[in-house]
Design a protein around this ligand. Structure first.
Ligand code: NDP
Length: 285
């Protein structure tokens, strides 16, 4: 095996990963399907190779491509030398990560799957975080190298775990930002700019963020009986907010599903429960 670490894929994220490794003085080999994205990296000391096979000849190969299909297109067409470990940092669904782990197991390739909880700019800084699951021996053997990207957390042996938690966090993130878009649209009908709304949303949501820990405890205890605001209250509030959106002529697409869920919980006898009771409807449909 001639190379220490290779990075397959020089998109925005692959480039950030390879750059962090080069800055940490690792000997890095890079490959990208389309040539031309490697100039800054080779100038900084990386070695660029034209074929996947050359890049695969490494102790550790980190793959960061577009999706599961592009990963299979790339790794399944090339023999992997014995002793090479593979880490997939492409965002894949949990089952795609498990199927990649299965593919690797069939070829006796030590395999770890990861979810990047960061933007490219955060890679190589304290704000960078990557979660991993799969072969613990791969994680332990390369832990110091992985920490050049930021913090590195190992979540368990099932290769699908990191992707599950990754997508769970993204689900929370996208709906929170969607809620912001909805609020900004509603506020604009009263003449408030989105920037001014952002100031206020940041203050309110920031102050409430700590209550996530209370919600987590309620859900884990299966209680939902300690509501700051019970679902009867929340139903009235959300019904009114939906009406306000309708009156203002905006699209309630983001809010309607929330209202539907609350209605189901209330119809099921949950009037006095806290909003964490909605978790049960989502978890056990
Ligand atoms: P980009 O679109 O910038 O890059 C995509 C990369 O995939 C390119 O290197 C491209 O090669 C390659 N690619 C696409 N299709 C194929 C194929 N069939 N065969 C070989 N190579 C292929 O994406 P990012 O770098 O931003 O993202 C990469 C991964 O990282 C994604 O899974 C993304 O979800 C994840 N991620 C990204 C984050 C971000 O903020 N950017 C945050 C967290 C995770 P070519 O140059 O030849 O087109």
């Amino acid at each position: 095996i001639s190379n220490r670490v290779s990075v397959l894929g020089l998109g925005a994220m692959g480039t950030a990963l390879a750059t962090a490794l080069v800055h940490a003085d690792h000997h890095v080999t890079v490959w990208n399907r389309t040539p031309g994205k490697e100039a800054a990296l080779t100038a900084a000391g990386a070695r660029s190779v034209p074929t996947v096979a050359e890049a695969m000849d490494a102790e550790l190969v980190i793959v960061c491509l577009l999706d599961h299909a592009s990963v299979m297109d790339t790794v399944d067409t090339t023999p992997v030398p014995s002793g090479t470990a593979l880490i997939n940092l492409t965002s894949t669904t949990p089952n795609e990560s498990r199927s990649l782990a299965e593919w690797a197991r069939g070829r006796e390739i030590p395999f770890l799957d990861g979810g990047i909880m960061a933007t490219p700019a955060m890679i190589g800084t304290e704000a960078g975080n990557i979660i991993y699951s799969g072969d613990n021996a791969v994680f332990e053997a390369h832990r110091a190298l992985l920490e050049t990207f930021g913090t590195a957390d190992y979540l368990g042996a099932d290769a699908g775990t990191a992707a599950t938690v990754d997508f769970a966090l993204l689900a929370a993130m996208y709906t929170m930002f969607g809620g912001f878009q909805h609020g900004a649209a509603l506020a604009s009908t009263a003449g408030m700019s989105a920037s001014a709304f952002a100031e206020r949303a940041h203050a309110l949501l920031g102050a409430l963020l700590g209550t996530l820990f209370d919600e987590g405890r309620e859900i884990d205890a299966g209680r939902h009986t300690d509501p700051a605001q019970n679902l009867a209250f929340t139903k009235k509030a959300v019904d009114a907010i939906v009406r306000a959106g309708r009156d203002a002529g905006i699209d309630n697409a983001y809010l309607e599903p929330t209202r539907t869920l609350i209605d189901r919980a209330v119809a099921g006898g949950g009037r006095e429960l806290g909003s964490s009771a909605l978790y049960e409807l989502i978890r056990h449909p």
